[in-house]
Design a protein around this ligand. Structure first.
Ligand code: PLP
Length: 387
């Protein structure tokens, strides 16, 4: 098979072979339902609790604060709907949500809005950072919660979470952090940064797709949104995805052990791409220049339509993303770029290149050559502005 270079780790990461090895015994000849009393049930339960410890350790939580879900989307939904449901009777009907959230948060907030909740959509600056002063003003006595993502899935900007959490804590407002992109790529310590809830997902950290977790700080009340057999202390009913949870645990353990090494390596590759790509005419970096994820590069390529560029690069053997994987499927201009003040036209010329732990310098250098060829050729063909 032709050699392909995968540079779309923000969309999903390859399953680590050690993670697969940890999962296999729970797929081959699987028997026990974790709720069963017999030995096979107990073994499945034990495997889940071991994974819970590993996920907790990755974010500085205690195991009792980690609840498994079917992924980041469900964790975000559970946090928002659960926090809202828990205080609805007290008359709180106001929430504060950043304008650059992933659809898993944004659409849940919109759902609350359509059910009568008042949503304050927190603006960001041109680099994608929220304004702490605006947050402070937006929080009210009837605010049920605020939601600001740890790191953005498109442009890679990392928010000042400590200051955001402190501002919310001073007003007694729980803060939800979507850390799906940050977990395993940036240090997270919920003991130091007092978010109320935090979402993470297995497939962004070399674990399986369809397995995620929600951290819920001890003492924070959350209503359940899935009803049934009362698994996960009644917060998330349904027979557990044992192999997925074990995989998530193994991935979290590995991510914790390797965090510094991965960040160092990825930062070097990321900066090589940024330097090489922005040296080309009409190519500029989106997102904060320093406060950004170690693996993410988001570029506007003037005069080139992003999807054509992605397909051109794909034909050359390089896999990158256009905008975000989710926004690109809908063919809408990215709300993140629009919130950052870009026009629709620019938003359609944005590509996301996200490196991973196994990419090499050689791959990056050959990618940069392909990127240069692709942008030149597409501009020659394009009726759009010539650079
Ligand atoms: N939140 C962010 C920031 C993401 O990047 C993603 C996935 O792209 C999600 C939530 C959804 O996670 P999942 O794919 O596990 O449902």
């Amino acid at each position: 098979m032709e050699q392909r270079v995968y540079l779309d780790h923000a969309a999903t990461t390859p399953l680590d072979e050690r993670v697969l090895a940890a999962m296999l015994p729970h797929l081959e000849g699987r028997r026990g339902n974790p709720s069963s009393l017999h030995a096979s049930g107990a073994a499945a339960r034990e495997a889940i609790e071991e994974a819970r410890e590993s996920v907790a350790a990755l974010i500085g939580a205690s195991a009792g604060e980690v609840f498994f879900t079917s992924g980041g989307t469900e964790a975000d939904n559970l946090a928002l709907l659960g926090l809202a449901g828990a205080v609805e009777d007290s008359g709180k009907r106001h929430i504060v949500v950043s304008q650059i959230e992933h659809a898993a948060v944004r659409e849940t907030a919109r759902h609350l809005e359509s059910s009568g909740w008042e949503v304050f959509w927190l603006a960001v600056d041109a680099d994608g950072l929220v304004d702490l002063d605006e947050l402070a003003v937006a929080l009210r006595p009837d605010t049920a919660f605020a939601a600001v993502m740890w790191a953005n899935n498109e442009v890679g900007t990392v928010q000042p979470m400590q200051e955001l959490a402190e501002t919310c804590a001073e007003r007694g407002v729980p803060l939800h952090a979507d850390a799906v992109q940050a977990a395993g790529r940036a240090p997270i310590d919920v003991e130091r940064i007092s978010v109320a809830t935090l979402a993470l997902s297995g497939h962004k950290l070399y674990g399986p797709q369809g397995a995620g977790a929600l951290y819920v700080r001890g003492g924070v009340s959350l209503d359940s949104v899935v009803f049934g057999g009362g698994q996960e202390k009644g917060l998330r009913s349904g027979t557990e995805n044992v192999a997925g949870i074990v995989g998530l645990g193994a991935a979290a353990r590995r991510a914790r052990e390797k965090l510094d090494e991965r960040v160092r390596r990825e930062t070097g590759l990321r900066d090589r791409i940024i330097a090489g790509a922005t040296a080309l005419p009409g190519v500029s970096l989106n997102g904060h220049p320093e406060r950004r994820l170690s693996n993410s590069v988001h570029l506007t390529v003037e005069g080139v339509e992003a999807e054509s560029l992605v397909l051109f690069l794909d034909a050359l053997g390089y896999e990158v993303g256009s905008g975000s994987a989710c926004a690109s499927a809908g063919h809408k201009a990215s709300p993140v770029l629009l919130a950052m003040g870009q026009g629709e036209h620019e938003a359609f010329s944005a590509v996301r290149i996200s490196v991973g732990k196994d990419n090499t310098v050689q791959e990056i250098d050959s990618f940069l050559e392909a990127f240069s060829t692709a942008t030149t050729q597409l501009r020659e063909l394009s009726p759009l502005t010539k650079i």
